[in-house]
Design a protein around this ligand. Structure first.
Ligand SMILES: N[C@@H](CCC(=O)N[C@@H](CS)C(=O)NCC(=O)O)C(=O)O
Length: 266
């Protein structure tokens, strides 16, 4: 039996659900509500000591870290394969997974909080807001989160976060020059891992960064990917239109400042 502990709009949960659905793998869904703090429940922490989703439990064995989980699933259920068979192709896919996890994933909350989520958080009483920020275990991540909540797009961390997302888009556009998908000839693990972050830009009303005029190959990849059945069941179905609307609206309020930052990069 396979059980997936996950949350609707979490990027790392989206990647694992995409792989499960693309391969048609039967599994039990166990939702961990991150907004309600369920990732800190002692029973859950026994499975995932990092207090994060996703966690996969397979016949009683526990698997954490989304990049490793999807490689495990691809090994366990090789049909359809989601990685090339040649050594170089596999190396390139691993490089994508590592880059997205280590460089892009850490910036995603900074972008989201600086633009959309801070509007909600700033309405909370100061002691509630401080308690939530203080519960972030890593001191560097905690300080950065506080900075973007307090200063929004003016926070020094914001330009760096936006810059890493643009770097990611440039890498996607570059790789798609040589092949149809980031994982080779077919939709695969690198595509499933990248799409949640590109989608986040869309949720923050920054879709102009991958329009057909600016990054045509990425625009075409995004369209092909979002029309896959697995995307519909693993990602689209779990999206909350109310949250997305709130993020987009809040983000649009900062569009002049974002444009100024983007112009400075050109
Ligand atoms: N490297 C980990 C990162 C997991 C992670 O950061 N998960 C986020 C959701 S995307 C989470 O559970 N955050 C809990 C929180 O914000 O308290 C993985 O890929 O599994």
């Amino acid at each position: 039996v396979l059980e997936l502990y996950h949350f609707s709009i979490s990027t790392c949960s989206q990647k694992v659900r995409l792989v499960l659905d693309e391969k048609g793998i039967d599994h039990v869904s166990r939702e961990v509500n991150l907004t309600a703090g369920e990732q800190h429940n002692p029973e859950y922490v026994k499975l995932n000591p990092n207090h994060v989703v996703p966690t996969l439990v397979h016949d009683g064995k526990v698997f954490i870290e989304s990049s490793h989980i999807i490689e495990y699933l691809d090994d366990l259920y090789p049909d359809p394969p989601m990685r090339p068979t040649d050594a170089e192709g596999r190396y390139r896919v691993s490089t994508w997974l590592g880059y997205l996890d280590k460089k892009v994933h850490v910036q995603a909350p900074l972008l989201t909080y600086a633009l959309g989520a801070r509007k909600v958080i700033l309405q909370q009483p100061k002691d509630v807001r401080d308690a939530n920020l203080d519960s972030i275990p890593d001191p560097v991540a905690r300080a950065a989160r506080r900075s973007v909540v307090e200063n929004g797009v003016q926070a020094p961390e914001f330009a760096g976060a936006l810059g890493e997302f643009i770097n990611m888009l440039d890498k996607i556009e570059g790789d798609l020059g040589a092949q149809a998908w980031l994982s080779g000839d077919h939709f695969g693990l690198a595509d499933a891992t990248a799409i949640p972050y590109v989608l986040r830009l869309d949720d923050l009303a920054l879709e102009k960064l991958f329009s057909a005029e600016v990054r045509p190959r990425t625009a075409d990849w995004f369209e092909r990917l979002t029309s896959l059945n697995s995307y519909q069941s693993a990602v689209a179905k779990w999206r909350n239109a109310e949250i997305v609307d709130l993020l987009k609206e809040a983000s649009r309020e900062s569009s002049a400042e974002i444009d100024a930052l983007l112009n400075r990069r050109d």
